[in-house]
Ligand binder design. Structure first.
Ligand code: MN3
Ligand code: FE
Length: 297
């Protein structure tokens, strides 16, 4: 352990204008919604009116989200440790809100399941690809940081967690919920929570984008590493969608499954496009990013 450097009583102080600190301020304002305050009474009624295929589609989404939120809650800590070890105070202050929010997301989906009376085993919705991502790739990338805090290890963790799981898979999931439920005008409590989650998630993805751009700026060779990692993960996003669609031409709510697949493909390319902006930037420019430049709602 090196000698401690205290920042807040030094002339540096806190970098109040920096992107991660502004994100922390925003999280304190917006990340305070309480899942337990959401009213699911209409959702209960809507659920009882849905047919078996519709229930199956929504339950698959909910159970994949439920397990995904649990996984990201449990797996985030090593990243916080790695950032704290580097003395990156503003980033760690933001990360305290990040973990709190993931805990609330885990709580939220359990409340939905309780409200619709689904208390049974749901792991049969965790398809082969789902298990590969959430039971293997994510925990392995995050746990690696316990013993290896190299820039490559942090970049790998952030690609898997922030860019892929949050920026591609979760975003596709929100899109699927809206496509099914908003059009049908049902499950208002579930949709209210999804709206909140989406805002929280935009800060998490925004932080991951900042982190990866900072790493690419500090170690330019990491851009190719990050791009290759995203390339490796891409087929998994596609097969996860295919497993959900299960060869159908129309979803249980009448939507076109191709819309979901196209959304996933767009997310994959958007994430890399934004990361490519780090190339040739000075580190000060990365700290000065505005919320909207990194897609924060
Ligand atoms: Mn979440
Ligand atoms: Fe998140």
């Amino acid at each position: 352990m090196g000698k401690r450097t205290i920042l807040t009583t030094s002339t540096r102080g806190i970098l109040e204008d920096s992107f991660p600190y502004r994100l922390y301020q925003k999280a304190k304002r917006l990340g305070t919604w309480n899942p337990a305050d959401i009213d699911f009474r209409q959702d209960q009624k809507d659920w009882s009116m849905m047919n078996t295929e519709q229930k199956e589609d929504i339950l698959r989404l909910i159970s994949q989200f439920q397990a995904g939120e649990e996984a990201v809650t449990l797996d985030l800590l090593p990243l916080m440790m790695a950032i704290a070890k580097e003395g990156r105070l503003e980033e760690e202050m933001f990360l305290t809100t990040f973990l709190f929010e993931e805990a609330k997301h885990t709580e939220f989906f359990r409340l939905v399941l309780n409200a619709i009376g689904e208390k049974g085993e749901l792991s049969h919705f965790h398809t082969e690809t789902y298990q590969k991502i959430f039971y293997e790739i994510l925990p392995t990338a995050m746990e690696r940081l316990v013993t290896d805090q190299s820039p490559e290890a942090i970049a790998e963790a952030s690609v898997v967690y922030n860019m892929f799981v949050e920026g591609v898979l979760a975003e596709t999931g929100y899109f699927s919920f809206y496509a099914a439920l908003e059009t049908a005008g049902i499950m208002p409590g579930l949709l209210e929570g999804i709206g909140q989650l989406k805002k929280d998630e935009s800060r998490h993805i925004g932080y991951g984008t900042f982190l990866l751009q900072r790493l690419i700026c500090e170690h330019p060779h990491l851009f190719d590493f990050v791009a290759a990692k995203m390339g490796e993960l891409t087929p998994l996003a596609i097969s996860l969608n295919q497993e959900g669609i299960a060869g159908r031409e129309v979803s249980a709510f009448g939507g076109d499954p191709d819309d979901i697949m196209n959304f996933t493909l767009k997310q994959l390319s958007v994430r890399m496009e934004i990361l490519a902006r780090a190339k040739g930037k000075k580190i000060e420019e990365i700290y000065r990013y505005t919320d909207s430049e990194l897609g924060v709602l």
